[in-house]
Design a binder for this molecule. Structure first.
Ligand code: ZN
Length: 694
């Protein structure tokens, strides 16, 4: 069904696509909208639909092409289907989460006041997007029926001019776009993205119609660049959303508008005025320096990474050198100077940028990496992987997929409990009992919470778990790249339209042995790109038992040959247990080490310490012999790291204490994967431990 131009009439009668059923709903569509819809090409059904993007080396596979079949991600995916999505639906459609109620009230179908934060609509859209990914694989018609009902309510809530943000619609005293803290464009971004995904997966246009009406309103409002709206495009999910809408409709106005939201940043005097009151200005919202001139990641980490991800989408279409140069610089700054070992971003809840602007939930100085007070919002970590997924497409280099993997296994999954119903907003690398006064904090908690008032992270994480099979592979010019490892089947078409079917069998991330069997492919030669992770030293690869030369970690191994059904690629990535220390400029972890095995970062948690010991009492010797041990009954089944720690006994009660002879007792215990901490009651935890060099 590639390159099919659908006319408005046929679209109204029957919208069909690879993943959807005919849509016989009669939908009232304005003349203007018909003109837009008639040019829609159902070309590609990917999350980032870059099939026609001229500046992308690795193109996305379609939603549903890859399915997790066994092992780690298959279990997480199933849990998202059976627990996370239904539970979150109960929250968001009930009286706890407000998401659906707000739309019903705005639509005049229910009485009441708006509840929740300004950006709550956006979080509801994220849940809808996640439901759509679920349908893309399991084809459960009930999901679509449920979404249709919700979409009808959203359509009713939408204003005649296309405006759609329930806090403003419900509150009669507020007008649209008065104050940017109202997060209207954040809601817009998630609306546009969710609607595009819904269209790609189902072929339906009921949600897309709302998105187009809304984007047209934004274009009319923002395209003349009125002075009073120049500083509005912050928390810029709308850039990603507009590019996807451009990719869906091929209407260039949406790409133009996406670019405009980049170009407007850094063009105004940074002052406080009526439209900015109530939210920090300057570096906090990346408005002090134009993106193309920026050299440092600053401000709110979620805002920054959504901004970079959106700019990467724009570059994918325009190919502007200055834009990708800036993104390369910022990637390097983020990954090599401001990122935690877990792939997490945003070192501090409160602080200053290097240009002295007040910032919240974001970046502070390079190499300044506190553990206990690390903020690391789950969303920021996920945004890091979203940005890296886009950079992987653009540059086609394995280092971006390394970061995607690092985030997925560590600082993304740490945001949700093992049973799938309790959340963390911030993801510190250490917790010490009594060190923080949680009663004074709004997003940090002593334990995981069944609901977060600021609910941006949970649906973001669930949609990411459901997106993950679509991140596992990409299409190269003449072949396929294997980005992520995990038991799965892939059934896709290569860029030349030929079919490719393969299966991956592995117990990754607990074991580094992966077997990929080609099940069907074209006769002509094509390439298979295998990501050899940056940690995977001494990896060996065989094809049908024949050794392959030239394997190096941190890159794609490109194997071009005449493949045939039955060919088996065997990858053996030795999962050595590694002691990791930080750059000498990271003061917070001087003389401390963390333990990493494969892509998994480990931590020590207090249930694994002797009674009456503190997490800060534990030291680790680099001469220690650590051993991996698979424990099916521990934390849902994990490989723990067993070994001996040294526990010191003295009390450092004063601020500074004279060193006396240390009394240390050896203690045999285990380290657990960081993502699985805080599932055994309230605990202390640390990723980094003071080291005994011996
Ligand atoms: Zn969040």
């Amino acid at each position: 069904m590639k390159n099919i131009l659908i006319t408005a009439c046929t679209m109204l009668l029957m919208v069909s696509c690879k993943h959807g059923q005919p849509d016989d709903q009669s939908i009232k569509i304005s003349k203007e909208l018909i003109n837009t819809l008639k040019d829609i090409k159902l070309d590609g059904h990917a999350i980032i639909n870059n099939i026609n993007s001229p500046n992308v080396k690795l193109k996305s596979i379609d939603i549903g092409d890859c399915k997790w079949t066994e092992g780690f991600w298959a279990e997480k995916w199933k849990q998202a289907e059976e627990v996370m999505i239904p539970y979150m639906g109960t929250l968001l459609k009930g009286d706890i989460g407000h998401g659906y109620n707000n739309f019903k009230i705005a639509a005049g179908l229910k009485k009441g006041v708006h509840k929740g934060h300004w950006w709550h609509d956006g979080d509801f859209y994220k849940w809808m997007e996640a439901c759509t990914y679920l349908y893309g694989v399991n084809k459960d018609q009930e999901i679509i029926n449920d979404l249709d009902e919700i979409i009808a309510v959203i359509a009713k809530a939408q204003q005649p001019d296309g405006y759609l943000s329930t806090p403003i619609i419900i509150n009669g005293n507020l007008k649209p776009f008065q104050n940017r803290k109202h997060h209207e464009l954040y809601n817009s971004g998630h609306l546009l993205t969710a609607a595009c995904i819904h269209h790609r997966v189902t072929g339906k246009i009921n949600f897309l119609e709302i998105a187009i009406k809304h984007a047209d309103m934004l274009y009319k409002l923002f395209h003349p660049k009125p002075e009073h709206l120049k500083r509005f495009g912050f928390n810029q999910t709308q850039i990603m959303g507009l590019v996807e809408l451009y990719r869906t409709t091929r209407d260039e106005r949406y790409l133009e508008l996406a670019e405009l939201f980049i170009n407007m940043r850094g063009q105004s005097e940074i002052d406080e005025n009526k439209s900015t009151r109530g939210y920090p200005v300057g570096d906090m919202v990346q408005e002090r320096v134009p993106l193309r001139k920026e050299t440092e990641a600053v401000g709110h980490a979620v805002l920054a990474l959504y901004y970079y991800a959106g700019a990467a989408d724009v570059y994918a279409e325009t190919g502007e050198r200055a834009l990708i140069d800036a993104l390369d610089r910022l990637w390097d700054n983020v990954v090599n100077r401001k990122m935690y070992l877990t792939g997490a971003l945003g070192q501090s809840h409160y602080g200053r940028s290097s240009r002295k602007d007040k910032i919240e939930e974001g970046f502070i100085n390079e190499y300044m990496m506190p553990n206990l007070t690390a903020y690391n919002e789950t969303c920021a970590n996920i945004c890091n992987s979203m940005f890296n997924h886009r950079m992987l497409g653009i540059h086609g280099e394995a280092k971006y997929a390394d970061i995607m993997e690092l985030v997925l296994y560590n600082s993304a999954l740490s945001g949700i409990s093992l049973e799938g119903k309790h959340y963390y907003y911030s993801n510190p690398l250490r917790k010490i009992k009594g060190a923080l006064d949680y009663s004074k904090m709004n997003t940090e908690f002593p334990q995981r919470q069944p609901y977060l008032k600021c609910f941006c992270c949970p649906p973001n994480l669930v949609r990411t778990i459901l997106k993950s099979p679509a991140w596992a592979y990409s299409k190269s010019e003449n072949g396929i790249s294997v980005n992520l490892y995990g038991g799965n089947v892939l059934e896709t078409t290569l860029l030349d339209g030929t079919e490719l079917r393969l299966k991956q069998e592995t117990d990754y991330p607990w074991d580094g042995q992966v077997n990929i069997t080609i099940e069907a492919c074209k006769e002509k030669p094509f390439e298979v790109l295998l990501r050899i992770p940056d940690w995977a030293t001494n990896t060996t690869i065989k094809v049908n038992n024949e050794n392959i030369e030239g394997v190096g970690e941190g890159s794609f191994l490109i194997m071009e040959r005449r493949w045939k059904a039955g060919d088996v690629i065997s990858i053996d990535m030795p999962m050595a247990i590694k002691f990791i220390e930080g750059h000498h400029r990271i003061e917070e972890i001087r003389n401390q080490v963390a333990i990493k095995r494969g892509p998994i970062v480990y931590c020590l948690e207090s249930p694994d310490l002797p009674e009456n010991s503190k997490i800060t009492d534990a030291y680790i010797s680099v001469k220690n012999t650590l051993k991996p041990a698979y424990k099916p009954d521990l934390l849902g089944g994990v490989v723990a790291i067993e070994g001996e720690l040294m526990i010191r006994k003295d009390e450092l009660s004063k601020m500074y204490n004279e060193i006396t002879k240390l009394e240390m007792t050896p203690y045999k215990t285990q380290l657990i994967p960081y993502y699985a901490w805080s599932n055994r009651g309230e605990s202390e935890m640390s990723v980094f431990m003071p080291v005994i060099w011996d």
